[in-house]
Design a protein around this ligand. Sequence first.
Ligand code: GDP
Length: 423
Amino acid sequence: MKTIVVIGTAWGDEGKGKITDFLAAKADVVARFQGGNNAGHTVIVDGKHHLFQLLPSGVVNSGTINLLTNGMVIDPKGILEEIDDLGKKDLNLFISNRAHVVMPYHLAIESANERRKGENRLNTTGHGIGPTYSDKANRIGLRMDQFVGPNFKKQLEGIINLKNLEADKLGIPHFDVDEIYEEYKEYAKRLRPHVIDTSLFLNEAIAEGKKVLFEGAQGVMLCIENGTYPFVTSSSPTAAAVPLYAGIAPWLLEGAVGVVKAYATREGAGPMPTLIPDDKIQAHFHKTKVEYEPRTKTYRRVGWLDTVILRHAKRVSGLSYLAVTVLDILSGLDELKICTSYNLNGEVIDYVPADIKEYEKATPNFITLPGWKEDISHVKSFSELPVNAQKYLEKIEELVGVEIGIFSVGPSREQTIQVKDFF
Ligand code: GDP
């Protein structure tokens, strides 16, 4: 396959960053297609840690072209900070002229809205992503071409007039056009050389037979269309969304790699049927630190692997291969459970209910597999895995009906084992 996408199959934090980095090394072009700086992963370059929230993983490889396509929302200040932090001279980065711009009023409106919702707040990341996508749908958004164009100030004046009406309703201070313009015109100047029609670029690259890797953020269960609404993100992180958000024909995308954590985790609010109630088992996961979320200073909720969700991801997104991560963290558990279906209102079901209240009532049906004790973090091939770990992976393949292309046994690139050569 020459054009593939890497997506998260559940609620994010599946380890997409690592799988994308691994595959990006083979790509000519790496493109982010949705979301903004509401996700992120750490990449180590020459021993230095960099947090990428907007920059595609390909920026660490010289020669790779990196794109942010039309489906994205981009915080100019945020991306310039990332560019400066990376400090790379030969940065091949291009931003779609159709991508929307995150402005300071989006951040202020988001935090006022979350405060207003009180107990019903969504615990968003507070980066203004939701309000930017709302403005896009309301046809009052600011696009990159306008932002870096000669009429930026005039456009900003029109938008700020509307935003100040919103500020009145929310009881927050008015936004000042001149103040915002003076700061943001400098960002526009720096970003101008990076702004192009990324759809034209991608179509040409694909026609020339270049290898293109699309990099998803979040996960399918956070998809605005097919996720656990309203506890979702503002865009669609599915393979199905790539053509739309990147401006290519659907049939030009040849495959999707679904990143699956070997167990389930969920950060923030919302139902999670396979949540493990046993504190001792939660403690097993917490002691590894992998599930610690520095942003919120909390541990993610941990559950058993949920194949209802994986089949949901396969249906609504399409999955060609699975990449199973953090298998090493399961070492030491006596037994492992895998959820095969849910019970809901006296019926056994194999789908994710659309109604969040119904989903909260769903209880899991499990199968139990024996665990393994060995440390597997040094393993280099499938056959080196303990038999029970092999059986666990084979069971996942069988239950989801998708082959495993990659599995991973630790955070570094060398601990990523590609078992099928698909890219
Ligand atoms: P993303 O949000 O899906 O991109 O997930 P991240 O890339 O942030 O990964 C979450 C965490 O898991 C990071 O700290 C990774 O270094 C770590 N990680 C990824 N794969 C593995 C693995 O196979 N084993 C272990 N122990 N950690 C992993």
